[in-house]
Design a protein around this ligand. Structure first.
Ligand SMILES: [Zn+2]
Length: 437
């Protein structure tokens, strides 16, 4: 069979099972769960994959699951990923009682992921390929509920707050050569966006420690931690002109505690911030400046400071050779002329971490309306949202692994990771610390 015939079989298999794929996506939509709590969503994925006759590894990082489609085969391994977690948008009409809501469209990714698995298995194309394919439903992409995750960490259940960070640490990607997934996005008249790049970030919690005294009768005996925080905030602003435009730095601190009662000089003031940038160097450089600015604020009033650094996500890197294959498949599926190239996202995705270790693919696909994470989010075209990316991802696997896995091997031969796994873990550890001054 030639490559075109294999792709045709995939398309037919997915079309014939269109309803069950969309049903799985809808089911996850209607049971939105936050990160590391995706119990029901994992079940939906497990049941779907079991129906394909696959063996499933469950709860790969607290929740989530994985299926190895053809472990017995030889050759490079491609992992297809989909994210399980929702966000919370309580005022969305489809929000669950607890406020949870799939307003980032991760349920769409899951439909696409399960559809791609179905296409590859039911079409029978796997035996014609010279490589292996894994399906991974991953937890906790959204960097939220930090206290809950801090507790999981204390209980020894996780090391990192992001699902893919945790999976990398646990070795889930050790036998994977390349990875792909997609994300939903409102693209207006267009249908797909290829090759987005994003910012990475370092998370920070800051505590300014001063000394209480009566604010009216003895302010001279106190050390005002709020003044330290305000100076620090201005010091950060004074750094902004030194940030390179190309680094796309975003620093957005907030004060989460400004004092206790008004007639006591504030002695405990808290701040939180992200430091985001387009490259690891940019992240580290701007973070050094932000820490300097914070410490200087404390120093000026004689306060102490405690900075807790939390490893955030790395920027998403773009691999044009992967993009090109995927784009070709979208065109074969009728999207020609409606595909945008390149996108500049100053937000962050945990798939960025994976993109520092191996060639990756992370297109954005339409089929939704409204901004992500808002009450306007709406799925408007289920065919485009779920079915098109399912087909395109499975077809991309065929391109990569057909004919001795020539294309995958070519990409891998010219690939040098930004970091090895060891370097990655070292980087994560170096950003996981408490600085006191
Ligand atoms: Zn998302």
């Amino acid at each position: 069979m030639n490559k075109q015939e294999l792709k045709k079989r995939i398309i037919e298999a997915i079309d014939a099972n269109r309803d069950s794929i969309i049903r799985a996506g809808r089911e996850i939509y209607s049971t939105p769960e936050l990160g590391y709590k995706e119990v029901e969503s994992t079940k939906t994925a497990v049941n779907f994959l079991k129906d394909l006759g696959l063996e499933i590894e469950e709860n790969i990082a607290v929740t989530g699951c994985r299926a190895r489609l053809n472990e017995e085969a030889k050759g490079p391994k491609v992992a297809i990923l989909g994210e399980l977690d929702s966000v919370a948008v309580a005022d969305h009409p489809d929000a669950a009682e607890n406020g949870n809501m799939h307003a980032c469209g991760h349920n769409i990714q899951m439909g696409g992921l399960l559809g791609a698995a179905l296409g590859l298995v039911k079409s029978g194309v796997l035996k014609e390929l010279d490589g292996r394919v894994d399906i991974m439903a991953t937890p906790a992409e959204e960097f939220i509920e930090l206290e809950y995750r801090e507790n999981l960490r204390k209980e020894g259940k996780i090391t990192y707050f992001g699902g893919k960070q945790e999976l990398i640490k646990k070795g889930a990607f050790d036998d994977v050569d390349m990875s792909m997934m997609f994300h939903a996005l409102d693209l207006g008249e267009n249908k797909a966006l290829i090759g987005p790049e994003s910012n990475g970030f370092i998370g920070k919690k800051i505590k300014f420690i001063g000394k209480e005294s009566h604010a009216g009768s003895a302010p001279e005996e106190g050390i005002n931690a709020l003044n330290a925080a305000m100076l620090a905030m201005n010091n950060i602003h004074a750094q902004r002109e030194t940030f390179k435009d190309s680094d796309r730095v975003r620093v957005h601190p907030i004060i989460t505690k400004g004092g206790d009662i008004v007639n006591v000089v504030p002695a405990d003031v808290r701040m939180e911030s992200y430091v985001r940038a387009r490259t690891v160097e940019g992240m580290l450089d701007s973070n050094t400046k932000v820490n300097r600015a914070l410490k200087a604020g404390a120093m000026a009033v004689g306060a102490e400071i405690e900075i807790t650094e939390i490893p955030g996500y790395l920027p998403i890197l773009r691999y044009e050779n992967m993009d090109e294959i995927f784009k070709g498949n979208l065109e074969e599926l009728g999207l020609a002329g409606r595909i945008v190239e390149g996108g500049d996202f100053t937000g962050s995705f945990d798939f960025g971490d994976v993109s520092h270790l191996m060639p990756t693919l992370h297109p954005m696909i339409g089929g939704i309306k409204g901004s992500l994470h808002t009450r306007e989010f709406q799925i408007t075209d289920e065919e485009l949202a779920y079915i098109v990316p399912a087909k395109a991802m499975a077809m991309t696997v065929v391109d990569l692994l057909f004919d001795g896995a020539k294309r995958a091997k070519d990409i891998l031969a010219n690939f040098k990771p930004v970091m090895t796994k060891d370097e990655y873990l070292e980087f994560m550890e170096s950003n996981d610390k408490i600085i006191k001054a």
